[in-house]
Design a binder for this molecule. Structure first.
Ligand SMILES: [Zn+2]
Length: 150
């Protein structure tokens, strides 16, 4: 079984289980799928975007059990996450312009073509971030760790 996030022509999103991807294709082509909200049969798979989990201080791990089997568990692995975030910070600093608290303004100017298109980073308030997201400006929230040598 495979679970897909689906979306109708009216942008309602919902999830459904299918035997496999061919089963989805067949049902979709036969217009046998319909939106639970509006009944539309123009259904497509939602595009999935990778999202940084801001609460991401945990990773999945296989935990050996006493009887030799493996159990899945979520265990804290803060160090691994820290290493990844430091690497991410380094890449951002190398490739993007720092705009400080002007982030929301500058992101908007770039989005509307009023400023040179480039990678930027800086700080913003949750309210500004929300407003940017609503306007369709693409950005990512990154937990910003202090540098190791700081
Ligand atoms: Zn719908």
């Amino acid at each position: 079984m495979i679970r897909y996030s689906l979306c109708c022509e009216n942008e309602h999103s919902f999830e459904s289980w299918f035997r496999n991807s061919e089963a989805f294709d067949a049902l979709s082509q036969a217009r046998s799928l319909s939106c639970p909200e509006c009944g539309s049969t123009a259904i497509s798979k939602s595009l999935m975007t990778p999202r940084l989990n801001s609460g991401g201080q945990q990773v999945q791990a296989e935990v050996p059990q006493a009887d030799g089997s493996q159990a899945r568990a979520v265990v804290p692995n803060a160090e691994k996450v820290r290493v990844l975030l430091r690497e991410l910070r380094r890449k951002v600093e190398e490739n993007c312009d720092y705009v400080g608290s002007e982030f929301a303004e500058e992101a908007r100017r770039i989005y509307y073509g009023e400023a040179e298109a480039r990678g930027i980073y800086g700080e913003t308030t949750p309210e500004d971030a929300e407003a940017l997201a609503e306007e369709g400006v693409e950005f990512a929230r990154i937990p910003w760790l202090p540098r190791e040598d700081a």
